[in-house]
Design a protein around this ligand. Sequence first.
Ligand SMILES: Cc1cc2nc3c(=O)[nH]c(=O)nc-3n(C[C@H](O)[C@H](O)[C@H](O)COP(=O)(O)OP(=O)(O)OC[C@H]3O[C@@H](n4cnc5c(N)ncnc54)[C@H](O)[C@@H]3O)c2cc1C
Length: 493
Amino acid sequence: MTRAVVVGGGIGGLSAAIRLAVRGWQVTVVEQNAALGGKMGEVSVDGFRWDTGPSVITMRHVFEELFAEAGVNLSDYLTLLPIDPLTRYFWPDGAQLDARASLSEMAAQVAQFDPRDVEGYLRYLAYAAQIHRITGPVFIYDRPPRPKSFLSVPLLDWPKADPFRTMDAAIRAHVRSPHMRQFLGRFATYVGGSPYEAPATLNVIAHVELVGGVWYPQGGIYAIARAFERLAREVGVEIIAGEGVSAVRVEGGRAVGVTLADGTALDADAVVCNVDVATAYRHLLPQTDAIQKRLAGLVKQEPSCSGFVLLLGIEGQHERLAHHNILFSRDYPREFQQIFKDRVPPDDPTVYISITSKTDPSHAPDGHENWFVLVNAPALTDGFDWATEAPRYRDLVLARMAESGFDVRGNIVSEQVLTPVDLQNMTGAFRGALYGASANSKWTAFKRPHNRSPDVAGLYFAGGTTHPGGGVPMVTLSGKVAAELAVEDAARA
Ligand SMILES: Cc1cc2nc3c(=O)[nH]c(=O)nc-3n(C[C@H](O)[C@H](O)[C@H](O)COP(=O)(O)OP(=O)(O)OC[C@H]3O[C@@H](n4cnc5c(N)ncnc54)[C@H](O)[C@@H]3O)c2cc1C
């Protein structure tokens, strides 16, 4: 039987493991933490329960496909509920918008900002759907782009993918009101980028959410990790948790297994690495010239942003808030300038608040709510010390929320803080970046490390730092690509 070791039990690693096991491979997942899921984590304290990483789930079909490949129905493992409104947006001037998939409800709200933006918004949706049609088969749903992939796209369609202007420039060409521009620009942050730098092609993200909808797994986002783990075990995957991999063993240029932190050696015909690619090159692979050269290229790339998280147990019910909420900053360009250029946490951040107890009341004691508060922050630099600055920044975020009408400083009954340093330590994310290299360059999709290592035969990558990119559905797809490549190579050997 062909054997694979998957290093890391994040969502990408589990997706690859399930797919290899379904194809008859003997698969072992080795996860350094006690629990699987990686960035998708959960915490329960003082009667509250929070998801600690992802909170917005899109592209339901990606999960359905994985479970179907194993011959089972997603709905027997996971109840995905549609969330409506998708997100509630608040602006400093008092304006509010409930983003909805329903066009009639959305149009009525867009008109409050500028009646002409109703046409603009509809044109924008068609434009983003077009980008999805053109780029999806090449950049999202297939292997990393190859010359052959491009041949399937009619020549006249390529300019419509809009790679040469920024997201913001394209948004400006569609809508006039500053509110709508900020609302649509926010989708850049779904891949850790800036709307003022990321190529307009990334307007595809708005299509995925505004047309495809937002889903919430009953029980919490972590229910996805639990469902993946259950399916993995059912298809015969062995799981070793609480034990890290200290090295990928390479002999004659080929991966032949891994060494665990306790010195145990596991043999394998293929190794799938779910660890951040830069971290794997730095810590897990033999430091040959080729590996060091590749690593130098990886660390040179601008990282995507990180995040500063507050898990708050709040006394009282806040009827003005929905399940997902955004409190926008006053000056969006300045916020991204601070994150990506000045590399300091923004002094007037946009604050995201997710409250799963709105949908799952058991996540907080009666009369309370579980707030997950997330602010975009720069990837780790020497210039900002979270160990000393975190308490001050926490106060700044709470003050900012208070200015938006949500002053909970006297109502916090439980609290935890996660800084970019914690994110790096908990998951091996290089510089705490949430989504690998930043999407701010039009070349990101081409520069992303390939799912098949070019340096070590039999080594594959699955996860947010490899193709097709970060985010829960995307890393699920990356596990698919890594597994397919491993199976294809094994058949050729
Ligand atoms: C705060 C936050 C908010 C986010 N919000 C969203 C969102 O709303 N929607 C969305 O879709 N995505 C979101 N994301 C991104 C999403 O969580 C990630 O893209 C995705 O979960 C990453 O999965 P992965 O497969 O890359 O693995 P990771 O989650 O990075 O897991 C890698 C695993 O490898 C393990 N590992 C590392 N080194 C070793 C070793 N040496 N030996 C053994 N195991 C090892 C780690 O412990 C970890 O479990 C968010 C992320 C964060 C942190």
